[in-house]
Ligand binder design. Structure first.
Ligand SMILES: [Zn+2]
Length: 297
């Protein structure tokens, strides 16, 4: 495809986990209302610990975007994540899509999630990942709201066209997405590969779980050869093949939720062996988009 101008291995990529339970996904929204979440078997602690063990084995630090409905019920899990040296960031509070919440609802959900994490970890999160990448052309008002809430970066824009998400023309690599009075909000877009002038989704989740691993490896190498970092994302329930079954047609008329769950851990092991990873904030600092922790103090 493109001429390699630096070894892929020289680039540090971001590794991220959206800490939500198996029944909190957008695909099940019609069957499982948030009011009923407490009635479902919670498996988020065990499956997140499984990922913590895997990351420790490979000595990789990651960013955990925590859905704070879970943080309120399992504060010790958030403490464990932080104690292991990972970055704690926010996935919002109630997993509502940003463009459905509207500006006021979004601000309330975000503020609530930030204060819950600050109470548990002692410091406010720097980053946000929207449920189902729902920062789109319909919800760009969320960017100034994030800056007002004290966030430094967002990682929610997917430069593809999907039924639920996507900003097709968006830039593919980290950039300053919003500026106000000298304050900057940095965007780390979800990773895409480039084929015949089109962006193909790569980032992780179902794309990693369902498609053959060599596709992911090829795409990440393409990105790294261009000197750019990729961001990988996944969910704890994707390494928990035994979680309960719900019949759902999802929000797109089909659901990938239960496909290939058995294969996910093996794919992650290959990914963690083949590439270098760090938390999102660290990758953005390494590239000069954010102050390094010592400078920030
Ligand atoms: Zn989510």
């Amino acid at each position: 495809m493109s001429t390699p101008d630096r070894p892929a291995s020289a680039v540090t990529n971001a590794f991220s986990i959206d800490v939500e339970d198996w029944f909190q996904v957008s695909d099940f929204e019609d069957q499982v209302r948030p009011e009923d979440w407490d009635g479902h078997e919670s498996r988020v602690v065990a499956s997140t610990r499984r990922l913590l063990r895997l990351l420790a084995e490979f000595r990789v630090k990651a960013t955990f975007f925590v859905l704070t409905w879970n943080a309120e019920r399992h504060p010790s899990l958030v403490e464990e994540i932080a104690a292991d040296g990972h970055e704690v960031a926010t996935h919002g509070h109630a997993h509502r899509l940003v463009y459905e919440l509207g500006p006021d609802g979004f601000r309330r959900d975000l503020d609530r999630s930030i204060s819950i994490l600050e109470r548990i970890t002692g410091s406010p999160p720097a980053g946000y990942r929207a449920p189902s990448f729902s920062v789109t052309s319909r919800s760009m008002w969320a960017l100034p709201a994030m800056l007002d809430a004290g966030l430094e970066y967002d990682s929610s824009v997917f430069p593809v066209q999907d039924a639920l998400y996507g900003v097709p023309g968006a830039r593919r690599f980290p950039f300053v997405i919003h500026e106000d009075h000298g304050r900057r909000l940095v965007e780390f877009p979800m990773t895409t590969a480039r084929v015949a002038g089109r962006n193909l989704p790569l980032g992780g989740g179902a794309y990693l779980r369902v498609l053959p691993y060599p596709y992911m490896r090829w795409g990440m190498r393409q990105v790294n050869r261009g000197g750019e970092p990729a961001v990988v994302y996944l969910h704890p329930w994707e390494v928990d093949p035994g979680h309960p079954k719900i019949r759902s047609r999802g929000k797109r008329g089909f659901s990938t939720h239960y496909l290939n769950l058995d294969a996910m851990e093996g794919k992650l092991r290959r990914l963690l062996s083949d590439f270098h990873f760090a938390p999102v904030r660290e990758v953005l600092a390494e590239r000069g988009f954010l102050p390094r922790p010592a400078e920030a103090a």
